[in-house]
Ligand binder design. Sequence first.
Ligand SMILES: [Zn+2]
Ligand SMILES: [Zn+2]
Length: 235
Amino acid sequence: MNAKVDEHLDALLAWLLPPQCTLCGAAGSERLPLCDACRGELPYLGRACERCAQPLPVAGVCGRCLRHPPPQDRARAAFRYATPLDRLVQRLKFGRRLGVARLLGALLAKAAQSGHWELPGLLIPVPLHDTRLRQRGYDQAQAIAHEAGRRLGIPVDAHACRRVRATAPQTGLALADRRRNVRGAFAVQKPPAVSHVAVVDDVMTTGATAGALALALKRAGVARVDVWALCRAGR
Ligand SMILES: [Zn+2]
Ligand SMILES: [Zn+2]
């Protein structure tokens, strides 16, 4: 079925049927497919480095970021990339997606609210390259950003930046190779008219990809660029 039709159908079903917890099948809460018990057991990130979102025992900036400050001013993540978030993110890539996108976007918005993240004037999802988007037919960072933005009252611009170079998959590359792999991968097509933006991604692993986009935005004149990730994978 056409992806757009599929999404509309998902939206209609979500509206007609009371949502069930996608993890355990109990009744969902707040019209989301997640129950309160399962929400309470999610792998919340907790204390983390302000610049790269790596877990830290104390508040502040990690040694690596002190030695080599990343391009972004702040990095925030809601969860560790662990069960069940890994399964949910995978489901977003392959499967019935709109309900999961709504759920993950809502969870990101709730993390921003409860963690008192400084709200930017614009959210910019990390763009996929056109060929990758055509293969997959769905952009999960964009879907999460739209739902989070809607809930937080922050506009989303999915067309401000473009991935100008298809990059090799980052999986299995060391940090230095990942940085090299994504260097110059993004172009800012429409410099944002706000001074504070957040780049949104589903999973932040080394931060090289989101960092490359943050650098492009800073070079385009944005004073403050944060990274918001739904999940932070460990080093
Ligand atoms: Zn549940
Ligand atoms: Zn750090």
